[in-house]
Write a protein that binds this ligand. Structure first.
Ligand code: IMP
Length: 200
């Protein structure tokens, strides 16, 4: 029996996250559409105290604006020696318009000489269906350590300074990152839920 395809809005303004999500969810019988494709140029507020609150706020905002079945994500880095910072402020760590390099250089400076370099990446995805009002969240984590200097060419954000098993995420090819990453793990849970939703 042919499974009917559904549209799913991938509600992120980050080109890097979009590429990862398209790779992670691309095998499903779903047509992924982008904010640009549905004509949304405004950005959702992001005022929550947790990744889950932010993911839900973004998914609700974009679902309301588009009327589409919507997936939004919020993610960030929690450093043990900084009591979980930068957490929900990961994107704005070095200021509201900070670049990836400015953000991770600030984190390297803040943790210079720190012995306990354990950290984890967290990703929460929120899936909202405006047709029936359902809201679900999915959380993925990736445990690692902070490097003392950036290494590697791949990825984005803090990947050059986030190590798992001695190699940074930026030293790993995209599919290798997907198998380990917070976003890969959350997306695997989303994919399982979507497959079940799409059962005839
Ligand atoms: P968000 O857009 O509020 O979710 O911001 C997430 C922040 O965490 C941004 O600074 C991203 O660069 C960073 N980030 C999220 N996921 C990753 C990743 O997979 N690798 C490296 N940095 C990431």
């Amino acid at each position: 029996m042919t499974v009917p395809r559904r549209r799913l809005l991938v509600a992120t303004g980050s080109a890097h996250k979009l590429i990862e999500l398209q790779r992670l969810l691309g095998d499903l019988p779903i047509d992924l559409v982008t904010l640009r494709e549905v004509g949304i140029t405004d950005e959702s507020p992001e005022e929550g105290a947790t990744f889950e609150e932010n993911a839900l706020q973004k998914a609700r905002w974009y679902a309301q604006a588009s009327g589409e079945w919507t997936l939004a994500d919020d993610s960030g880095l929690e450093v043990s020696a900084l009591n979980g910072a930068p957490g929900v402020y990961t994107r704005r760590y070095a200021g509201p318009d900070a670049t990836d390099v400015q953000n991770y250089e600030k984190l390297l400076a803040e943790t210079a000489g720190v012995v306990d370099r354990t950290a984890r990446f967290v990703c929460t995805m929120a899936l909202i269906d405006p047709a029936n009002g359902s809201e679900r969240t999915f959380r993925g984590e990736c445990q690692g350590t902070l490097a003392t200097a950036p290494r590697g060419e791949f990825g984005f954000g803090y990947d050059p300074i986030f190590e798992v098993d001695g190699r940074t995420m930026a030293e790993r090819a995209p599919t290798e990152k997907d198998a380990l990453s917070h976003r890969g793990r959350a997306a695997a849970l989303v994919a399982a839920a979507l497959r079940s939703d799409l059962q005839p």
